[in-house]
Design a protein around this ligand. Structure first.
Ligand code: PLP
Length: 404
């Protein structure tokens, strides 16, 4: 008789966004005349940039020609894309990354969920609290997290690093030493960032204790302030302790198109074994490449026009962020984030729980956000709004909330 991976059974309840979806559907069925504004899920809304679209068309035409047709892509991804990444994401910031340290993938969700596979089950992870749920859930599936307590909202074998207003939503080095540390900056869900000096402390710590940092920089393109690192490799010594994960979803609207990459420097070793070689083995065995067409679209993001057009899209979303942040602040709410990230993190008013505030906003002003507690116990009492809506709906949502 076969056996299942019983770790899956440990995962509690339905996923945050399914619960939100269900509540919103029920509300719409009961109130068909109400216009709901969704500032909940972190999906983009602007269409792909013209330069990306034209690259897609050209790549599709390539697939129709006998001499230009492409089958399987190289294991690590096409060199034209990896070279653009090396030049624009790293060299431009004074960081040297080799072509074979970059692994093209179908997005940061898969990479951040799969990367744990190259580590022994007997490793202890540390995560920010609140956190993007994929890091914890993927480790639960692997059997690394112990048991879940509904009372505390925590796993018994996970080190939680609370990120609250008391520490300006930046994690502090934990008292218990972790083996794998997940960091994400600019942060989802809090919209907070980390200075280069603060990130350097994490790099120094990881090198000292022999931990690995998994650095999710999916929102790097939203950084506007000067002293915020765009890549962890701006920190000295990061190549011996950090893996960086990136995405084309939020910088170029590829949430439905799917493209991302992971960087594993060859200096990152366990004894004589490079983590790069393990991930290369895993990638070659379990992944057959992001489509040629999509990799061409990704390369178009790095062209002059592509960079300008995607920058304009980010500016559009960040204008929304400013409208939300300043609008809610002027209405007396305590808000953070929304400066170097498309997420605004607000404190729920009048001592409401995150879900009470969710229901209140949905019922009273028909605005949907995301309850902070869905991202971890320290998210209780907070609420996330995203800047990914349209300008018009963002203005309207803020006006509605201000009128409460
Ligand atoms: N990492 C973080 C922190 C995210 O917030 C998201 C998406 O919301 C992802 C990764 C997923 O990125 P992708 O669309 O490339 O899978």
């Amino acid at each position: 008789m076969f056996k299942i991976n019983e770790n899956y059974l440990k995962l509690p309840g339905s996923y945050l966004f399914s619960t939100i979806g269900k509540k919103v559907r029920e509300f719409s069925t009961q109130n068909p005349d109400k216009k709901i504004i969704r500032l909940g899920i972190g999906d983009v809304t602007l269409p792909l940039a013209p330069k990306v679209i034209s690259a897609l068309h050209t790549a599709v035409d390539d697939m129709s020609g006998k001499d230009t047709f492409k089958g399987y892509s190289p294991d690590l991804g096409y060199e034209f894309l990896r070279q653009a990444i090396v030049d624009y994401n790293y060299k431009s910031r004074g960081v040297t990354i080799a072509l074979d340290e970059i692994f093209i993938s179908d997005g940061a969700k898969s990479d951040s969920g799969n990367i744990q596979e190259i580590f022994d089950v007997d490793n202890k992870i540390a995560v920010c609290d609140p956190v993007y749920p994929v890091y914890v859930d993927s480790n639960v599936m692997a059997g690394r997290c112990g048991n879940y307590s509904f009372d505390s909202g925590k796993w018994s074998n996970v080190i939680y690093m609370p990120c609250t207003k008391e520490n300006n939503f930046a994690p502090e080095i934990p008292t218990e030493v972790p083996d794998i540390i997940y960091l994400c900056f600019p942060n989802n869900p809090t919209g907070s960032t980390i200075t280069k000096a603060a990130l350097q402390l994490w790099v120094d710590y990881a090198n000292k204790v022999g931990a690995v940092i998994i650095y999710d920089a999916a929102y790097e393109a939203y950084i506007v302030e000067e002293n915020i690192p765009h890549t962890i490799y701006e920190c000295e010594g990061a190549k011996t302790c950090a893996i960086e994960i990136r995405s084309f979803s939020k910088n170029a609207g590829f949430t439905g198109t799917r493209l991302g990459f992971t960087v594993i420097p060859k200096e990152l070793k366990w004894g004589e074994v490079t983590l790069n070689s393990l991930w290369a083995r895993r990638h070659g065995t379990k992944f057959n490449g992001a489509p040629y067409i999509i990799q061409c679209a990704g390369a178009a993001v790095y062209t002059e026009e592509g960079r300008k057009q995607t920058k304009d899209q980010i500016a559009y979303y960040m204008n929304n962020a400013k409208i939300i942040r300043e609008g809610l602040h002027s209405a007396g709410y305590t808000v953070s984030g929304g400066v170097n990230a498309p997420y605004i993190w607000m404190e729920t008013p009048k001592g409401m729980t995150s879900w009470e505030f969710f229901d209140y906003l949905l019922n009273e002003v028909n605005v949907v956000g995301t309850p902070g507690s869905g991202f971890g116990p320290s998210g209780e009492g907070y609420f996330r709004l995203t800047a990914f809506g349209s300008y018009e709906s963002t203005i309207e949502a803020v006006e509605r909330i201000k009128g409460l």
